[in-house]
Write a protein that binds this ligand. Structure first.
Ligand code: TYM
Length: 327
C-alpha cells in the first residue's frame, strides 16, 4: 500500500523560531518515515509583506537549511521552493474564481496582518489563504501538519476542494489537518496571551533558532511569569504553562513529571534549567545548520523543484480539462 501524502511549508520571513519548530517541523521530522512528505519554502506567501530582495534570497536558503538541520531527511522527503513551480500561482487563480470575498474577510491572520501593516493591505495578503489551498491541493495532499494558527486556512482549503469537486467533478482530495495537541500554539515570551511570532515588535517575544545561546538564555530568564511562585500547569498561569510546554518539547519529558520535579522549588530554578535546555538545543542545531553550504542546499532545491513540477503539472492538466480550458 502506498504511503499517505503530507504537504507543509514555512515562509522565509525573518527568523524562524522555536514555535515554528514545535508547532510544525518537529512533527514533520517525527512522521517522515510514515508518510510521503513534501515540504516547501513558501516564498510567494512571504512577499505579501514587503521583504528586502537580498534578505529574501538569504532567508529562502536559511529555511531550507533549517529543515535539514532539524532532521528532515532529503532522501525521504521532497523539499522545494514554491516559486520554482508556477502551477501554484496558476491554480491559485482558478481557485480565486470559486473563493468568496466573505470567507477570506473572516480570516484571522488577514485581519491581524492588515491591522499591523495598515500601510500595505495588498491583494496578495487578502488572497494568501487561496494560494495556500493551491499549494496543498496541487499535490493530492491527504494531511497537512501545521500549528494551530493555520487551522482556519486549512478549513478554507477543504471548502474549496469540496466546492470545486461538486462543480466540476471529483478532482481534489479533501485534506485533513494534522495538528498536535501539545506545542501547536507556543505563546510569546513577553505576552502569554498572543502566539509567538516572527514579526513581533520585540525580540523578547521569541527565541529564534539562530539566536546566540547566551541571548536565548537571557530571553528565558526575562520571560514574563504569572503571580505566585508555585510550579503548576494551570490555565490561570498561561505564562508558566507556555514555559512548561517549551521545557517538555525540548526534553521529551511529560509535563506532569516536570511539575513534580520542580514542586517546592521556585520559578528561578525552573527558568535557569529551561534556559540551559534551550541553549544546548541551539548549540546543537546551529552546529548542524552551519555545516550545510549554500551550494548544497541550492542543488537540493533544484532537484526538488523538478520532482514537484512533475506532480503539479499533471494535476494542472486535470484541472484544466475539468474546467473546460483545455481544448
Ligand atoms: P508560517 O511560516 O507562519 O509558520 C510555519 C509553521 O509554524 C507554525 N507556527 C506555530 N506553531 C506553534 N506556535 C506558534 N507560535 C507558531 N507560529 C507559527 C505555523 O502554524 C506553521 O505550521 N501559511 C503558512 C505557510 C504555508 C503552508 C502552506 C503551510 C503556505 N502554504 C501549505 C501548510 C501547507 C504559514 O503561515 O506558515
Amino acid at each position: 500500500m502506498s504511503k499517505k501524502r503530507i504537504f507543509s511549508g514555512v515562509q522565509p520571513t525573518n527568523n524562524i523560531h522555536i514555535g515554528n519548530y514545535f508547532g510544525a517541523i518537529k512533527n514533520w521530522v517525527d512522521v517522515q518515515d510514515q508518510f510521503d512528505c513534501i515540504f516547501s519554502v513558501v516564498d510567494l506567501h512571504a512577499i505579501t509583506v514587503y521583504q528586502k530582495p537580498e534578505d529574501l534570497r538569504q532567508n529562502i536558503l536559511k529555511i531550507a537549511k533549517t529543515y535539514l538541520a532539524l532532521g528532515i531527511n532529503p532522501k525521504k522527503c521532497l523539499i522545494f521552493q514554491q516559486s520554482d513551480v508556477k502551477e501554484h500561482a496558476e491554480l491559485c487563480w482558478i481557485l480565486n474564481s470559486i473563493a468568496k470575498m466573505g470567507e477570506l474577510e473572516r480570516m484571522t491572520q488577514y485581519k491581524d496582518k492588515s491591522a499591523s501593516h495598515p500601510e500595505n493591505i495588498n491583494v496578495g495578503l487578502f488572497d494568501y489563504p487561496v494560494l495556500m489551498a493551491a499549494d496543498i491541493l496541487l499535490y493530492n495532499t491527504q494531511a497537512v501538519p501545521v500549528g494551530e494558527d493555520q487551522k482556519q486556512h486549512l478549513e478554507l482549503a477543504r471548502d474549496l476542494a469540496i466546492r470545486f469537486n461538486s462543480l466540476y467533478g471529483e478532482t481534489f482530495i479533501v485534506p485533513e489537518p494534522m495538528i498536535k495537541k501539545e506545542g501547536c500554539r507556543i505563546m510569546g515570551l513577553d505576552n502569554p496571551y498572543k502566539k509567538m511570532s516572527k514579526s513581533a515588535p520585540s525580540s523578547y517575544n521569541y527565541i529564534s533558532l539562530l539566536d546566540s545561546p547566551e541571548e536565548a538564555k537571557k530571553k528565558i530568564m526575562k520571560a514574563v511569569t504569572d503571580s505566585g511562585s508555585e510550579i503548576k500547569f494551570d490555565t490561570e498561569k498561561p505564562a508558566l504553562c507556555n514555559l512548561l510546554t517549551i521545557y517538555s518539547q525540548l526534553s521529551g519529558e511529560i509535563i506532569s513529571n516536570i511539575v513534580e520535579k520542580y514542586t517546592g522549588r521556585g520559578y528561578g530554578d525552573f527558568k535557569k534549567d529551561l534556559s540551559e535546555l534551550v541553549a544546548n538545543f541551539l548549540v546543537d542545531f546551529q552546529k548542524k545548520f552551519n555545516a550545510i553550504s549554500d551550494e548544497e542546499v541550492q542543488e537540493l532545491l533544484v532537484k526538488g523543484a523538478k520532482k514537484a513540477r512533475k506532480i503539479a503539472e499533471k494535476k494542472m492538466e486535470e484541472v484544466k480539462e475539468k474546467i473546460g480550458i483545455k481544448i
